[in-house]
Unconditional design. Structure first.
Length: 678
């Protein structure tokens, strides 16, 4: 559901995205009041249905749980098959009353697919699966009840569709925890944190407490819980039920936060403590040590502040990627194109430092036409992570063809040597290859030249297993007006070569010549496709339209320590930083091993500390650097902006005589990437 809209808006928008290229659509639909599912059923028209569970969220909109179940089942009244868990007896009974065609799974009752949990160890579970015609074992990379239930729904569907056991096992092992749903993190003072701010109803609390109960790393268990806002229950009844769960699960320490839960403090174990707000809790001196702490709160309580307080920061430096800004920038460049012009997006070099899989996933959602990577291994990783867009590989090698073609990757072919190697491979591979021909029209880097065309056409015509998907060139000076004449010559040369290729091949491969700068500066040469690179990441290379792009990446670090130094003292290696007066110096948790260039030493680099610009003093070290924070209201642990919206990476690059590309692609992989959407 795009942008996390509610079901009544989000489902129609999702269905609208379906086109003739799709073979299957999977839609999630929630319910908050009677009548909603009837409307959604007419929109989705589901062939198959999965009834996941019945929680207490939005109970206030229904007479009772039975009413809610009945309303929910309206979504599936015309399905060929409804998949559900036979252990949810009220749901099964109502579905049978309505005469719905069921396919069930169970761990406790008779069902079409019988699942037995054999062993839970560490964070894994071994299960046995038995259907009418087969029995097999599966290893599942989770042990909590919520994740297992989700997976068992999937297993039942896959068994029904007779998917091979080996394929089921392979795909299940690729699953990873969904962020913000029972996410385990390392905390301070040898603690572990269970970050669960996803939902806030009684059923969700029960699941989270079960997950906490299963953790064996430490003996002591603690819970920090806010007011519960989505229960549909009377207050007194709700908090009595929660208090009973806390006692049942043998929780050693309970902290309640919020004005409502505080009213019912007497219901909870005697040692429980309560605060009216998150700020009150943070202001108190609460020491946690050697505990597993479940932190569960409604969004309005901003429990991420508690997570930040208790989180053990292995490395305080991170690159935040604004996915909404990426989408905005993509749409800006799309708005410049004529209808029908395709768009290829460069996700090489870890998507210009931003994280290739996450960016590629967003681009796939927004239906770009092509992705481009530098090397085969980058393309293989994208395929492993569910990216099915066409992918061009810019630097293929002789020994990578099997991996390349088996993953449906398409090589850039720029020389007779690499073309001949591909010919030889295809002779024994018994398959076909789509390729992209690189033409050198003046860059003088890689590519065929005009004089090669006769020979190239002969080679291609004798190889019916090679299809030219596109032919392209690269402009040497697309971002600067002083090279306009040269760019025009390149484009003219390219058009002539491409026309000759079309004539000899008997078909017309897609043509493309323009990068991000060219898209802006040469609107009459967009051809069949353009290649979007640095522009997607918020850098408009020509400078003409920079204000129309949004900042995508914000590099942040923290202050590790603050020192007072006196006039005349020196800072850092080589004693290069000298204090001209008494100063406050902050040591920052970022250095050249993180990608913060040594050339930013001694005042060339600047950072933002609590809104104040602070210069780097002394030489940048491998893992840290020092900044003069005399003018800033700075404390140890404070956040520091290295570059972002208010401290441009463009300005940083200009200060040391380089380009933003180099700054962005230099950010080390040890710097954590954090992706967010508003």
């Amino acid at each position: 559901s795009p942008k996390s809209y509610n079901s009544q808006i989000g489902v129609p928008l999702s269905v609208w995205e379906m086109s003739s290229i799709h073979t299957l659509g999977i839609f999630e639909a929630g319910i908050s009041r009677p009548g909603e599912m009837e409307k959604l059923e007419r929109i989705i028209k589901p062939t198959y249905g999965i009834f996941t569970n019945i929680g207490s969220a939005h109970d206030e909109g229904f007479n009772d749980q039975q009413h809610k179940i009945s309303e929910k089942l309206n979504l599936f009244r015309n399905c060929e098959t409804l998949f559900l868990c036979a252990d949810h007896t009220p749901v099964v009974d109502e579905a049978k009353t309505l005469g719905l065609p069921l396919y069930t799974w169970s761990v406790a009752n008779k069902a079409d697919v019988q699942i037995k949990i054999l062993k839970r160890k560490n964070r894994k579970t071994k299960v046995s699966v038995k259907s009418i015609d087969q029995t097999f074992a599966l290893d599942v990379p989770f042990r909590d009840d919520a994740s297992l239930e989700n997976i068992f729904h999937c297993v039942a569907v896959l068994v029904y569709f007779k998917v091979a056991i080996e394929e089921i096992q392979k795909r299940i092992l690729l699953l990873q925890p969904v962020a913000m749903r029972l996410e385990m993190k390392e905390g301070i003072n040898n603690c572990y944190l269970i970050d669960d701010t996803y939902n806030n109803d009684l059923a969700g609390i029960n699941i989270a407490l079960n997950f906490l109960d299963q953790q064996q790393q430490l003996a002591a268990k603690a819970v920090i819980l806010s007011d519960v806002l989505e229960s549909g229950m009377r207050e007194e009844q709700l908090y009595q039920a929660i208090a009973a769960l806390i006692v049942e699960k043998n929780i050693d320490r309970f902290v309640g936060i919020g004005p409502v839960i505080s009213k019912y403090a007497s219901q909870f174990p005697a040692k429980s403590v309560f605060f009216h707000s998150t700020e009150d809790f943070l202001a108190a001196t609460s020491v946690f040590s050697n505990e597993i702490i479940l932190i569960k709160g409604a969004r309005v309580f901003r429990f991420e502040k508690i997570i930040q307080r208790l989180l053990y920061k292995v490395h305080g430096t991170q690159l935040e990627i604004n996915l909404d800004a990426l989408t905005h920038n993509l749409n800006f460049y799309r708005s410049l194109l004529k209808p029908g012009t395709k768009i290829m997006v460069m996700v090489k070099a870890l998507a210009y430092g931003s994280g290739s899989f996450e960016v590629a996933s967003l681009l796939q959602y927004h239906k770009v036409d092509y992705l481009a990577v530098a090397y085969v291994d980058e393309g293989v990783e994208l395929r492993k992570n569910g990216i099915n867009l066409p992918i061009m590989v810019m630097n293929p090698s002789d020994d990578s063809f099997e991996k390349l073609l088996s993953n449906q990757l398409e090589p850039e072919i720029y020389s007779f040597k690499i073309l001949s190697a591909l010919e030889g491979f295809l002779a024994s591979y018994n398959g076909k290859a789509k390729i992209h021909l690189k033409i050198d029209t003046g860059m003088r880097r890689l590519g065929f030249e005009a004089k090669d065309m006769l020979k190239l056409c002969k080679v291609l015509k004798r190889n019916p297993n090679i299809e030219v998907a596109s032919v392209f060139t690269h402009l040497a000076g697309a971002d600067e007006a002083l090279h306009n004449e040269f760019s025009a010559t390149q484009l003219d040369t390219f058009e002539k070569i491409a026309t000759k290729l079309d004539k000899n091949l008997g078909y017309k491969p897609t043509r493309h010549a323009l990068n991000s700068a060219g898209i802006v500066r040469f609107p009459n040469s967009h051809m069949g496709m353009v290649r979007l690179g640095i522009g997607l990441y918020g850098i408009e290379a020509t400078g003409q339209r920079q204000t129309e792009l949004q900042n995508v990446g914000t590099l942040k670090t923290i202050i590790s320590q603050i020192k007072e130094i006196k006039q005349g003292e020196t800072v850092g290696y080589g004693r290069q930083g000298k204090a001209s007066k008494n100063l406050r110096i902050a040591t920052l948790a970022i250095g050249y091993a993180d990608g913060y260039r040594r050339s930013l030493s001694n005042g060339k680099g600047k950072v933002l500390v609590n809104g104040k610009t602070c210069p780097i003093i002394g030489n940048v070290c491998m893992d840290m650097c020092m900044a003069d924070v005399t003018a800033a209201n700075a404390s140890e642990g404070d956040e520091v902006i290295v570059f972002g919206k208010d401290l441009s990476v463009i300005e940083m690059a200009a200060e040391i005589g380089t380009i933003p590309y180099e700054i962005l692609t230099s950010i080390s992989e040890r710097v954590k990437r954090v992706f967010f959407s508003e």
